[in-house]
Design a protein around this ligand. Structure first.
Ligand SMILES: C[S@@+](CC[C@H](N)C(=O)[O-])C[C@H]1O[C@@H](n2cnc3c(N)ncnc32)[C@H](O)[C@@H]1O
Length: 248
């Protein structure tokens, strides 16, 4: 077990294990063949005791840690350590569940956190929840973007977390549709962190701005560092009437 370096993985591009669409594999780099292991994560001392995260790529790219997940976790631990009580939390495209688990370990919470992903990630999410002793407060669920929200997941969570969910263009409309389902209440807030890898990734944000109120986070002390790595952190909310007026 070893402590992970913040950006050590940042040059690796996530891949889809089983492509749901018929696209050339040259558009999606082949995943590296890495065996399973457990990493200890203190995130610069923000997590004490550290989290233990099993990384295992056998079921998909979510089986490893991604830089946006690290950035978003640190942001939540610094900025929302003590204001999440009474707030239900849903993580999208959680992979092994890093962000949700970091919030469970390092922030004061009293409502369940639902870490969600596609079916292949379910058992890894379950294992990481169990390994860190959060079975009572963190729940794994299958939430496939674009599909109706499963009953197990609250339809109007106060907080939505999404890290490194922008990388596969055919999934953009599905992710936007799920964000629309979850951001029905103007009080709901989505913390959305992604790494721009190709031009299409910016198209996602352009589409998101048409549908939602999108504000870039500028007061994160790590921002200068992660900006150099093309990482962006946004706060996304349901659009108000004023936003619509501004756009028209
Ligand atoms: C690059 S990984 C990021 C994992 C994690 N959030 C992190 O930052 O370490 C992207 C995740 O999105 C999930 N994903 C991709 N398409 C999805 C879809 N249509 N519905 C739900 N999850 C999806 C993948 O299974 C994967 O776990």
């Amino acid at each position: 077990m070893g402590e992970i370096d913040l950006f050590a993985e940042s040059l690796v591009t996530p891949t889809e294990p089983a492509l749901p669409f018929d696209i050339s594999e040259s558009l999606v780099p082949v995943r590296e063949n890495k065996s399973a292991g457990t990493v200890l994560l203190s995130l610069d001392g923000l997590l004490d005791p550290p989290l233990q995260i099993i990384e295992d790529l056998k079921d998909g790219c979510g089986g490893k840690l991604w830089p946006a997940g690290v950035v978003l976790s640190k942001y939540m631990l610094r900025k929302h350590k003590s204001d999440l009580r009474g707030k239900s939390i849903v993580e999208l495209g959680a992979g092994g569940g890093l962000v949700g688990l970091a919030v469970a370990r390092g922030c004061a919470i009293d409502s369940p956190i639902y870490i969600t992903d596609q079916i292949p990630m379910f058992s890894l999410m379950q294992s990481n929840i169990k390994l860190n002793g959060f079975s009572d407060i963190v729940h794994p669920a299958v939430l496939d973007w674009g599909n109706p929200l499963p009953e197990a997941v609250p339809s109007n969570p106060a907080i939505i977390l999404a890290a490194d969910c922008v990388y596969f263009e055919p999934a953009f409309p599905l992710l936007l549709s799920t964000l629309q389902d979850l951001l029905g209440d103007p009080r709901s807030v989505c913390y959305f962190c992604f790494k721009k890898r190709r031009r299409a990734d910016l198209r996602f944000m352009k589409q998101a701005r048409k549908l939602f109120n999108v504000v870039e986070v500028t007061d994160d002390p790590d921002k200068d560092q992660y900006s150099k790595e093309n990482l962006f952190l946004y706060i996304i909310r349901k659009r108000g009437e004023k936003d619509a007026e501004l756009q028209n």
